[in-house]
Design a protein around this ligand. Sequence first.
Ligand code: NAD
Length: 348
Amino acid sequence: MEIIEKTTNTEHEKVLYGRDSKSGYRGFIAIHSTVLGPAFGGTRFWNYASEDEALTDVLRLSRGMTYKNALPGLPLGGGKSIIIGDNRTPNREALFHAHGRFVDSLGGLYITAEDVGTSPADMEIVRQETRHVAGLLGRSGDPSPYTARGVFRAIQAATKFRWNTNELSGLTVAVQGCGHVGYHLVKMLHEAGAKVVAADVNDENLARVVNEFGVETVSPGEIFGVRAEIFSPCALGGVINDQTISELKIQIVAGAANNQLLDERHGEMLKDRDILYVPDYVANAGGVFNGCTELLGWEPARSLEKVDQIYDSVLTIVENANAQGITTNEAANRLAEERIRRARLSRG
Ligand code: NAD
């Protein structure tokens, strides 16, 4: 009953629940919008406490994908899928076959790829069931290095706006989450001469950045209170909330995680504290641009150019927000919504 209520009260075009008793598969696919094209967004494999929690996440994530794809003018809508369960399971094959069949049942309305807890190898299994999948081995592959590069460019745009410099050396960046994206971001920050303070709930991922780049670490609970210039959330969503905002001792938030603001009003709270927030879906669009080589036939050089242009997009958005006295998340949303509105009009 709660599920029906939750989905009827949103603007999503379709929300589906899938189950396969043989493999133990349970998952959701949410299609937020196909106004601009087929809904594109990755598959998240996560151990949610309940199906209701997973549903809330897939609704938020798929909406974010609509905005992420609309802002740079891509002919793609927004969608997302979730597999509920422990993503460390060795028993992946049957689950991803079931997921592939679920994706295929939508006939191309939804195209999937990797997200938290899934890998290009998982997408190869999905491909055996459907052609509506990107991020495949030997094709566009793992999007994370591109996402990290885009986040790095977003950080530079934020420092340009705030301190009129792209130079990160001497700055401290607190990075939450050193997984696929976090690892590459830490590497780039380290190479740029920034000091990194990192936290992760996964000891192995944390040890890797300590061993390779000598970063300082804090416990997962301490990362919000680290005194630094920049906080970069690269784990999960909802980390900017009533509680954490009061702990922050930074001036810029720019990271890869989707849905960093628990609620849009938290963008307002950051603004009130004079913390510059780089809207997540602007900073983390690099992976989608990489996927465009596979989805839209782009040359790799074009994808890379688009990733680097995240710098210009961020500057435009923060300057618009500044000029209009609105939050950066609102400024980004307005641009994306305008693109969707125009596409809807031209479609009649
Ligand atoms: P990942 O699963 O590889 O890495 C996430 C890391 O965060 C893991 O190491 C995990 O242990 C850690 N983590 C989880 N909870 C934590 C906590 N409370 N405190 C500290 N660390 C914690 O995922 P990823 O692919 O690196 O993606 C990271 C974020 O970026 C996600 O929100 C994802 O949706 C978003 N994103 C990723 C891509 C991409 O190309 N992979 C693209 C766009 C957005």
